[in-house]
Design a binder for this molecule. Sequence first.
Ligand code: NAD
Ligand code: G3P
Length: 334
Amino acid sequence: MKVVIIGAGSWGTALGKLLAEKGKDVYLLARRKEVCESINKRHENPFYLPRIKLPNNLKATVEPNVLRKSELIVLAVPSHALRKTLKSLRDYLPEKPVPLVSTIKGIEEETLATMSQVIKDVLFPEWHSFYTVLSGPSFAEEVARRLPTAVTIAGYEEEITSFVQKTFASQYFRTYRSLDVMGVELAGALKNVIAIAVGISDGLELGLNARAALITRGLAEISRLGVKLGANPLTFSGLAGMGDLVLTCTGSLSRNRTVGLRLGRGEKLKDILAGLTQVAEGVRTTASVRKLAQKVNVETPICEAVYQVLYKKENPYDMVSTLLSRKLKQEFDF
Ligand SMILES: NC(=O)c1ccc[n+]([C@@H]2O[C@H](COP(=O)([O-])OP(=O)(O)OC[C@H]3O[C@@H](n4cnc5c(N)ncnc54)[C@H](O)[C@@H]3O)[C@@H](O)[C@H]2O)c1
Ligand SMILES: O=P(O)(O)OC[C@H](O)CO
């Protein structure tokens, strides 16, 4: 099977390695020639996934023609780049739709579209039912090191979703199936904002009680918004929900948590972003979530507090007192 992964960053490379080890013919569609050269000649991607040996049947190219005969397409670019990237590649897609797997965790800021909605806008209608989203607690580096991982794959069509589930499943990568595309997409995007909040709290050394409170109330916030937008509430207690939230909020490999930690320790956002070589999706998603929550009239106080720190230069300490001094309420709204 010929697989093309659009995006040769850390996640695209780790998933490409997994599929290549399963015997698939995998091509990473990269932007930079030096990334391709390194993958094709030295079998490593030092720019995004250093110190990991890649299999020989994982190849990289900048040539979009590679998409023409693909049998599975994986999307692994940052959410803000998906629309533009897809538009530029649209003319190279195979004649008939093939299963499409988004591994992207974000919400488009200008349109508030999830990735499935971006795809619906850009691609032809017949591609819609071929869409799936792969999400859950999965640091690229750990997957690349073949450490045990479990994820959720959600799609619109049972048959396509099962096909993608089987394609990715391996001895160390367990895949579950779901039909809740909206829930899985929102859970993956929103957990990054809560991870920034937890990072800030940990950077301020506010303790483990505060961390647990933020994760739990963060989950309440994610679920409230998700359910309002049509997601299945159960999704938020699953791998794409609680699983990924816990991982990203507590795992030292998280880029979103790290952005928060550094803010909490007193660094400026612009300095942190200037030094990042990989995407921290939660920074942009914070602005998207705020607009989305306002649009559908859902309270998201933690996301709002993160927004104030990131975009309005609020002091992180004030974020905490704002959250703690909110009007007392019932734990559950229902
Ligand atoms: N890295 C992980 O552990 C991990 C795990 C699960 C999901 N994800 C998600 O996967 C997506 C990709 O993240 P990543 O970790 O691979 O990021 P990354 O920063 O490691 O790599 C991003 C890739 O996209 C390309 N890219 C960046 N900006 C672009 C643009 N404007 N136009 C086109 N291409 C562009 C880069 O060249 C690179 O190939 C994100 O939504 C992320 O949340 C990442
Ligand atoms: O490094 P982060 O914060 O983008 O998190 C990576 C993955 O989404 C974890 O599942």
